[in-house]
Write a protein of this length. Sequence first.
Length: 345
Amino acid sequence: MIKRIITIFISVILLFNLVACGGQEKKRYEGEFLRLFDTVTCIIGYAHSKEEFSEYVQLIHDELETYHQLYDIYNDYDGINNIKAINDNAGIRPIKVDRRIIELLLFAREAYEMSEGRMNVAMGAVLRIWHDYREEGTEDPERAQVPPMELLKAAAEHVDINDMVIDEKEGTVYLADPEMSLDVGGIAKGYAVEQVGRYIMEQGFTDGLISVGGNVRSFGRKGNGELWSIGVRNPDPEGDDLYTVLITDRSLVTSGDYIRYYTVDGKRYHHIIDPETLMPSEYFRAVTIICEDSGMADVLSTMIYNMPFEQGAEYIENLPETEAVWVFHDGSTKYSSGFEALLKK
């Protein structure tokens, strides 16, 4: 298995040790690989040897790769009916899919209800327009344009999540509207990180961090028994982390306007689209969520990003073991009532 690691770079850091059963020490290692979910995956953890850690990293890579292919909306893969296959057959026929797609879409339906439509995987037709304009604007900034509202409104006629028909018994998904398409970008990465995190803990990797493009899942503790130190990212690329929190068995996910965007006439247009306006949400620069489940953190970060502060703050305060940080356009921040207890002193 270790010899199969091609895209994975493993670096060893001997900062401190953890005494394990039988007197054998665990050491701290770091691993990294590219491409999956179009981002960088970083893994930090403790193992008895580099070989053991490499096996864990390979398992994480292979599991993430499976989720990446299943949830891909742009590419085909041999022998796999993925989200793209569902979209390609909209209005034509149900598609037999892997159970992991069914589970993601059931979770997405719950997220839609919970968020009152602010998290809607059925918005693919609208998001594809923004994606294409963003790609063109990035390639040729001088000709960058904002999509016409008429075009966006026409696409918004085909975003009814009730047209996503899931047959759990048959294991199929069918889009009843032929003009509809799914886009799971706002939920898939966090959901996959959560599932992979649970899987790797079952395999014996009990003290570690998995970060997939900033979607962080922590479990266990550092070698000296301390909690994990995680930075809350500053949307200003030149700035230091806004805060450092100490967590374990929790996830940290950020949504912001600095990740995927393009500029038209000096104004930044990012990728988080408000379903009500069909335009990039303008409430904040960034929202960070800390809670146990990475999939839920992904949902909440997008949902709260698309809410006025007062409404989002009230929502977060009513959720157990969930904290949030808001970064406003003037650089100021606010956070939920329990967040301060997580801060590294």
